[in-house]
Design a protein around this ligand. Structure first.
Ligand code: SGN
Ligand code: CA
Length: 533
């Protein structure tokens, strides 16, 4: 071999061995997309019986669909606190929507920022304080509104922007990518929708379309809550009896008076004004052109409607608005994915789509969340990461929102603090199939409060769910997840399950120790809650 040939070969070998090194030396960008109250039942990658979500589905087509992702505490701000801190609610302190978030918690965006990531957040945070570790943010105050919303900006001013919230959050996200993103830094972007949170208000293009549709009813719409304990019976989230007429079903307050329909909650009509009343006269006229005839039709039918008819009507009204507001989220996700592709960013960007928790779409006759029962315990999770996650893959492991912080730190090559309590999902992204974990721990606190879902903690395995409701009850429930996927019958007192109960109680006690939860903490949070309320 001549000297020259040897030189060329060496240079080639060096180039080849260098190539992967160089790639792994460029940390991937992260786009974390989260919506608020988006049920997995309303994502066509999971099931298309209600609607099509072609853009959200793209993430699963090009990446991985998690079919058993769940939360640790099914409510908005606590879920967000778990996601940011990688710690259960009882340790990060944000046990419910009312407690302020303790900003001395270390969050994963702060760590990514310290490690050289450019960071930005747009949309709903719901903490009562601004996020730390962000180069840029525009967030909705509290729950935010759908039409002509206010935003809190990084520089503490509040701006009011005309338009539809979901589209505005998307515009802000795209503007940041276009105008502020730096080429020489990886970025971590949190794109956080308010939709489809109550009161479920779609943009004009979608309310026109969705108010004409009829949706299949869930088999448990007329659940009578027999077979379970007091918690399910006493919860206040039934479509027929607890949904607001004006605020939720969009019956005009004047028509309620005319028909003699009382407010469901004392803030029923106020909720309508708060949202619908925010529109400009021109927006309102277009809204009335669609919702006016719905009110007329209801007025004509109401006198002859049975309770069953009313339940069915309210379910359809609910789905039309809820799913219509998701259609706009899907449009926005499509615009962001297109931007990444068109600007050469898609290849080195990990994209997550999730929700802060699941939601009831009429299952058990309910709306809202909070319970550990499936529809609110599970949450959508779709992740794409070109070159790492195999396109079109599915994962059935019990992963939790508790895992997100460590996962995203791992993706970026940043060490996670030892006191974070989740586990990185990166091995799962790479195709690891061995059992990820045996059981997950769950703890819900916000009671007594809106919807009246009792405090409970639980252990969930592939096969069972063992739940302890406490505070003003002391009741246990056990569900056989394989035999009773709709969770209609607690088998806690069934002698056939006596051994299962014993074993799961031991495992639950061990999980409480592992995650540093305890009866002492339960009581402390009850005392604190009572002081606050
Ligand atoms: C509001 C809603 C409730 C909802 C909570 C918490 N009522 O109070 O239905 O459970 O927020 O939601 S509303 O008519 O005022 O919207 S969360 O997503 O913030 O946890
Ligand atoms: Ca929520």
């Amino acid at each position: 071999m001549t000297g020259l040939r040897l030189l060329i070969l060496c240079a080639l070998a060096a180039a080849v061995s260098c190539a992967p090194k160089e790639e792994s030396a460029t940390p991937p960008n992260i786009v974390f997309i989260m919506s608020d109250d988006h049920a997995y039942q309303a994502i066509s990658a999971y099931s298309d019986h209600l609607m099509q979500t072609p853009n959200i589905d793209r993430i699963a087509k090009e990446g991985m669909l998690f079919t058993n992702a769940c939360v640790t505490n099914s409510i908005c701000a606590p879920s967000r606190a778990v996601i940011l801190t990688g710690k259960h609610s009882h340790l990060n302190g944000k046990i419910d929507n009312k407690f302020p978030f303790d900003t001395s918690n270390v969050t994963f965006p702060q760590l990514l920022h310290d490690a050289g990531y450019q960071t930005a957040m747009f949309g709903k945070l719901h903490f009562g304080n601004s996020p730390k570790g962000f180069d840029q943010f525009k967030i909705l105050p509290g729950q935010g509104t759908y039409y002509n919303p206010d935003f809190i900006t990084k520089y503490d001013s509040t701006i009011r922007v005309e338009g539809y919230t979901t589209d505005l959050i998307t515009d802000m996200t795209l503007d940041w990518l276009e105008d502020e993103r730096k080429d020489d830094q990886p970025f971590m972007l949190m794109y956080l929708h308010k939709a489809p949170h109550r009161e479920w208000l779609p943009p004009e293009r979608h309310y026109k379309e969705f108010t004409k549709k009829t949706f299949p009813e869930p088999s448990t719409l007329f659940d009578d809550y027999e077979g379970r304990g007091r918690a399910a019976k006493e919860a206040e989230m039934n479509l027929l009896t607890h949904m607001n007429w004006a605020g939720d079903s969009k019956i005009y307050p004047e028509l309620m008076d005319e028909l003699g329909i009382p407010e469901t909650a004392v803030w029923d009509k106020r909720a309508f004004e708060r949202e619908v009343g925010r529109q400009t006269p021109a927006q309102r006229a277009r809204w009335d052109a669609v919702y006016g005839p719905i009110n007329e039709d209801f007025k004509a039918r109401y006198p002859s409607m049975t309770q069953e008819d009313l339940m069915r009507w309210r379910y359809q009204r609910y789905m039309q608005d809820y799913l219509g507001s998701i259609a706009a989220v899907d449009d926005g996700v499509g615009r962001v994915l297109d931007y990444l592709e068109e600007n050469g960013l898609a290849e080195n960007t990990l994209v997550v789509y999730t929700s802060d928790q699941g939601f009831y779409l009429g299952e058990h006759g309910w709306f809202d969340k909070r319970f550990i029962y499936n529809e609110s315990f599970k949450t959508p999770l779709l992740v794409k990461w070109p070159g790492v996650i195999q396109a079109g893959s599915k994962n059935t492991q019990m992963v939790q929102n508790l895992d997100f912080a460590q996962t995203l730190l791992d993706v970026a090559g940043v060490a996670a603090p030892a006191d974070m309590q989740g586990t990185s999902l990166v091995p799962l992204f790479k195709g690891e199939t061995k059992n990820f974990r045996e059981a997950v721990y769950y703890h819900y606190y916000e009671y007594p409060s809106v919807h009246m879902v009792k405090r409970h903690y639980a252990i969930v395995t592939e096969d069972y769910k063992l739940v302890h409701f406490y505070y003003d009850v002391d009741e246990w429930e056990l569900y056989d997840r394989k035999k009773d996927p709709d969770e209609m019958l607690s088998v806690y007192d069934d002698p056939a399950y006596a051994d299962v109960v014993v074993k799961l109680k031991e495992d639950l006690a061990a999980l409480r120790i592992k995650y540093k939860d305890s009866e002492v903490l339960d009581q402390q949070y009850i005392d604190l809650y009572n002081v606050q309320n």
